[in-house]
Design a protein around this ligand. Structure first.
Ligand code: OGA
Ligand code: MN
Length: 203
């Protein structure tokens, strides 16, 4: 039997207590850079497309990013490294918090200067598959003055601004935390990932 890893124990405890947490050791700087380079190249090649909300086909006024879903059967090397580490995290969260997370879905996102995403919840209408939202940031040397924070709205009506610095992974409970993306003055890249349970509602 593989020995149980304790590397995500602190994150699990914080997630259980607060409903959200930050992790800074998901990937090495080189592995993070490989994702950033790929996202940048795919954006230059116009492979990212304007995002939709829910199952809608109409470009939304709610969000200004462009996205490209990872294809589970055709991951690039950089995506495979990310996916393998997210699996280690998923299994650790299942062991520590008995969450029953069975799989994940991920997409690259690019917000060009001025693009934002209005305040929202990540649960899709009528579907409770998404349990944990995991946003991994790819932006080297980000300055707070450049904007682009993810603003996480907390139950006590206060908020936390998380800046999209490369290597930062933000986790929060998808059903509970409204959040928004504030506009930035430079390109802002991320991988948005959802850890999912077998849906009790929806399909
Ligand atoms: C989303 C989202 C946040 C971010 O895609 O649902 O909230 O910081 N993304 O990219
Ligand atoms: Mn979201």
């Amino acid at each position: 039997m593989t020995p149980r890893s304790d590397e995500f124990d602190t994150a699990s405890a914080t997630l259980a207590a607060d409903g959200w947490c930050l992790i800074d050791h998901l990937l090495s700087p080189m592995q993070t850079l490989a994702l950033a380079d790929e996202c940048h190249a795919l954006h230059d090649a116009q492979r990212l497309t304007p995002a939709h909300v829910g199952s809608g086909r109409v470009r939304s006024l709610l969000r200004g990013d462009s996205t490209l879903w990872f294809e589970p059967d055709a991951l690039s090397d950089a995506q495979q490294v990310f996916s393998d580490r997210i699996d280690v995290l998923r299994i650790a969260l299942n062991q520590n918090l008995l969450l029953g997370l069975v799989d994940e879905e991920s997409h690259y996102a690019m917000y060009t200067p001025g693009a934002d995403y209005a305040r929202h919840l990540d649960r899709l209408h009528g579907n409770d598959a998404r349990v944990i939202s995991a946003v991994f940031y790819l932006n080297d040397a980000w300055l707070d003055a450049e904007g682009g924070a993810l603003r996480l709205h907390l139950a006590d009506l206060s908020h936390r601004d998380i800046y999209p610095r490369s290597g930062t992974l933000l986790l929060f409970l998808s059903a509970q935390f409204e959040h928004e993306v504030l506009p930035a003055t430079r390109n802002r890249m991320s991988v948005a990932c959802w850890l999912r349970q077998r849906p009790m509602m929806g399909d």
